[in-house]
Design a protein around this ligand. Structure first.
Ligand code: GDR
Length: 341
């Protein structure tokens, strides 16, 4: 059951890496609604997404640092003095990780180690005060050893991204065991929303379906339609992140819906939502979007999150598809100056 910690000394502060991503945005909103002071780590000199955060999330205070630079992380922690650190920053696109494997290992893997080290260094004797959340991933299960996957299912990653996430997960557990850090790892299965980047398959599909329906695009090129994923709504999943850090003891939790659908199912549902029942007419298969190694089927068992955190998903598959397609219809119609009926 949910446990509330006593942080009554002052307003709680949270530092989020990956603030410009889908999960960073939902988590920032959630923490703001709970009266946290929210800080977002931002890297680079001219990060193109700073403007989005400044305009749409004016309550977020941006702090400059990079997961590849330990001293910048130490400085950020010293400045913010956070109660909670959420590490959502990563090279998160699996396909890209095959092309930039070393960068992925450095940011997605070693970045976790640097942040944990920075927490130890800054915290000193009071280092245990900072609560740490690591965004682990169902990609760690890869070529699955059992179904559904739980917190104790062995890992078999299938991409440089998955390998880097395994390191990030293991080092989080190791720092908890070795130094008593309050470090949690959320093993999140795929989670989507209208804020999902267009490179991921769900948003790529919903955006193309909207454009095809509006007559702005004729076809949609995809890779492998057979892989199955356990797709949930990102807004639900950030709740679980927060709940993990409110427990008496740190732990690892699978966060998933328990239902699996193929890419083909997603495509079919998205086209049907706009009244196009013959999706095969519009979809082409393009070898460029196939991966050197694929994760064929994922489905999670979130019993632990349900019983210990009281968490459960609110949005089902069909509603998620509808939410994303409707958003993209409005977005694309607005951009093209088309009035929707
Ligand atoms: P995934 O998400 O790799 O599961 O990782 P993605 O949406 O990229 O791919 C899902 C599946 O769809 C297949 N696919 C395509 N994928 C993309 N991107 N583009 C295509 O054209 C296409 N055609 C078919 C893929 O091969 C794959 O099987 C996501 C990321 O958010 C990770 O960061 C996160 O850790 C995991 O989910 C959980």
């Amino acid at each position: 059951m949910p446990v509330t910690c006593d942080y009554s000394r002052r307003v709680r502060r949270a530092l989020i890496t990956g603030i410009t991503g889908q999960d960073g945005q939902y988590l920032a909103e959630l923490l703001h609604s709970k009266n946290y002071e929210v800080f977002g780590l931002i890297k680079g000199q001219n990060n193109p997404r700073i403007d989005l955060i400044r305009t749409e999330f004016p309550f977020v205070e941006l702090v400059s640092a990079d997961l590849q630079d330990l001293s910048s992380l130490v400085a950020a922690l010293e400045q913010v003095q956070p109660d909670e650190v959420y590490n959502l920053g990563a090279i998160s696109f699996v396909a890209l990780s095959f092309k930039q494997a070393e960068l992925t290992a450095n940011v997605t893997g070693l970045g976790v180690l640097r942040l944990l080290e920075a927490i130890r260094m800054v915290g000193g004797s009071s280092g245990n005060r900072i609560r740490f959340y690591q965004a682990s991933s169902s990609e760690m299960f890869g070529k699955v050893r059992e179904s559904p996957q739980t917190e104790s299912t062995p890992f078999y990653p299938r991409s440089p991204y998955g390998c880097a996430k395994v390191f990030g997960h293991d080092i989080t557990v190791n720092y908890r065991d070795s130094y008593g850090l309050f470090a949690c790892s959320g093993i999140l299965f795929n989670h989507e929303s209208p804020r999902r980047g267009i490179e991921f398959v769900t948003r790529k599909v919903t955006n193309a379906v909207a454009r095809i329906k509006l007559g702005l695009q004729e076809t949609l090129a995809l890779g492998n339609l057979d892989p199955r994923r356990d797709w949930g709504f990102a807004g639900d999943y950030v709740q679980a992140m927060w709940q993990m850090l409110q427990q008496d003891e740190p732990g690892d939790y699978v966060v998933a819906t328990g239902h699996t659908h193929s890419v083909r199912d997603f495509v079919d549902a998205a086209f049907r939502h706009v009244g196009l029942d013959d999706w095969e007419r519009f979809v082409l298969q393009d070898p460029r979007f196939f991966r050197p190694a694929e994760v064929d089927v994922l489905v999670g068992d979130a019993t632990k999150a349900r019983t210990e955190l009281g968490w459960k998903p609110q949005v089902d598959f069909e509603s998620l598809v509808a939410m994303m397609v409707d958003h993209d219809l409005n977005l694309e119609a607005g951009k093209a100056g088309i009035e929707l009926p």
